[in-house]
Design a binder for this molecule. Structure first.
Ligand SMILES: NC(=O)c1ccc[n+]([C@@H]2O[C@H](COP(=O)([O-])OP(=O)(O)OC[C@H]3O[C@@H](n4cnc5c(N)ncnc54)[C@H](O)[C@@H]3O)[C@@H](O)[C@H]2O)c1
Length: 259
């Protein structure tokens, strides 16, 4: 049976919002968690069965309340999507870089550790369940000027493996997606940049950015019974970006010259 009750963090915007809309549209009840109250309120107002929770995922109380609210409102919890994330630390040697690094780790890594820890009892009570973490292609490889985010997104990939092993016998699966460039408020500046936008698009084999819904569909799949034997993996959802070694040779075309 598909997921009946799911909690989604980073729910007010982008990939998290698309995930809430997709699950709610398919009949699931949703606890939608974010620091952004306004975005959450209009999301909840527009969808039946979506309950907002304003809170910071780096705080233990938010995660405890996420699980408690699901059980209180809907009687159970079947899945959690630990998606809230932030980027940007600036050059490693810049003033304030370490404080910004620590904040990135607090949201992108500590928030996920706390989230997993908080939902386990409720998932267990449902006879098992599914945890999906939003990592990134930036967790699979390094990017220029992105060291802090790279560290955080790589950390959760190995956390997913370790937690998957520990909880597999309890029928709790733990997986991640690694989105490539996805059109959300997080990336709007890059997409709109006259030089950077086209340059990044050119590197994506599918030659376009993902829509948030294309990430949400893979999250849906990972939580569904169709993925019942998948645990501990990170699925790139990146239009072929990480299939490329980094060499930017033109693609081979039918009838083209041998290289
Ligand atoms: N957009 C991309 O290209 C892309 C690529 C790879 C990975 N990701 C990851 O996908 C996830 C979602 O990103 P998005 O692109 O939808 O970004 P977004 O900025 O549109 O949405 C992120 C949401 O998380 C919320 N949030 C931030 N810090 C929070 C906190 N401490 N507690 C609770 N909520 C918090 C924000 O308020 C926002 O609503 C992030 O983890 C991001 O790192 C995005």
């Amino acid at each position: 049976m598909s997921v009946q009750v799911v909690a989604v963090t980073g729910a007010a915007s982008g990939i998290g919002r698309a995930t809430v809309e997709l699950f709610a549209g398919r009949g699931a009840k949703v606890v939608a968690v974010d620091v952004a109250k306004r975005g959450l309120d209009d999301l909840a107002a527009g969808h039946d069965g979506v309950v907002p929770l304003v809170g910071d995922v780096s705080a233990e109380e938010t995660n405890a309340e996420l699980a408690a609210l699901a059980v209180r409102e809907f009687g159970r919890l079947d899945a959690v999507v630990l998606n809230a994330g932030i980027g940007g630390a600036g050059p490693l040697e810049s003033p304030g870089a370490i404080e910004r690094f620590e904040r990135i780790l607090a949201v992108n890594v500590r928030g996920v550790v706390l989230g997993i820890r908080a939902v386990l009892p409720a998932l267990r009570a449902s006879g098992g369940g599914s945890i999906v973490v939003t990592s990134s292609v930036s967790g699979l490889h390094g990017d220029p000027g992105t060291w802090a985010y790279n560290v955080s997104k790589a950390a959760v990939i190995n956390l997913v493996r370790a937690a998957a092993i520990d909880y597999a016998v309890e029928n709790i699966r733990v997986n991640a997606i690694a989105p490539g460039g996805t059109a959300t408020p997080l990336t709007a500046g890059v997409i709109a940049h006259p030089a950077l936008g086209p340059a990044v698009t050119e590197r994506i084999p599918q030659r376009r950015w993902a829509e948030p819904r294309e990430q949400a569909e893979v999250i849906w799949f990972l939580t569904s019974p169709a993925a019942s034997y998948i645990t501990g993996v990170t699925v790139p959802v990146d239009g072929g970006l990480t299939a490329n070694s980094g060499l930017l040779l033109p693609p081979a075309v039918p009838g083209g010259e041998p290289r």
